[in-house]
Design a protein around this ligand. Sequence first.
Ligand SMILES: [Zn+2]
Length: 303
Amino acid sequence: MNDASCEFRNLLSFDVEEYFQVEAAAVEQARWREYASRLEPCIDAILGMLNTAHVKATFFILAWVAQRKHPMIRRLVDEGHEVASHGYSHQMLNRLDPERFRSELEDSRKILEDIAGTAVIGFRAPTFSITHRTAWALDVLAEAGYRYDSSVFPIRHDRYGVRQAPPTHHHAVAPSGRTILEIPPLTLSVGCFRLPIGGGGYLRLWPVRVVGMAISKSQKSGTPAMLYLHPWELDACQPPLPMSRLSRWRHRVNLGRTASKLEWLLARYSFGDVRSSLQPLLATTQMYLYRASAKLDASLRKR
Ligand SMILES: [Zn+2]
């Protein structure tokens, strides 16, 4: 293992949704039933790899999926993994308002908790869609009693991201002043650029040694690296979906290499689920005010 300098294990997470539910495909929820599920063989493969490596992970599960896959959800719990929420409709939060988000959050948590039989304490928004514009969602999450969120990508991107947000775990200060632990996905700072590294198409695109280098760098700074993957990223034979050329490339690049990259990382670095590391993560003193001015941001950091 290459992680002696970090007090935390790195964090491994999966956003559990069907391949046709991705934002870029724009398949309406009313049409999801027209598509055949391809999820279970991918979950089988992931659980096989995690069992071999003796690693537990956090699974952010779409409640729509959970309703149709009770045995799969119970298997995740039985094998010691954490069940967390990925909402219900897979809509980016800028398409919801606080009331609709609150209601979806409540419904999806009840569905997941009833099936899993465990408390759901973590959330990840579809397509990392908590930004300054949707910072009200942090208030809704804190008010609903969620202990942590992992929905802010601290990069510049055409659809999501908060470029100025800390790249390490921190207390997100919501517009009302409530706080919630925020755990961003792994990035790598090179000069004045911050590169997205830790999951999805980025992980598929970067050479795995670059991902490893970013994990090591994060560990040396005392911060666990948060990695995320989707089960459909292990399914290189999935049918094509209607998408723009750029989105199709983002969705399909190196799908055939995901499994071997994950195995490589599991063999070299120590990973775990968020729930097991929650107390040390909550001890961070770093804070960041969402929707704050640059001046306030600076005064809140490292308070
Ligand atoms: Zn998703």
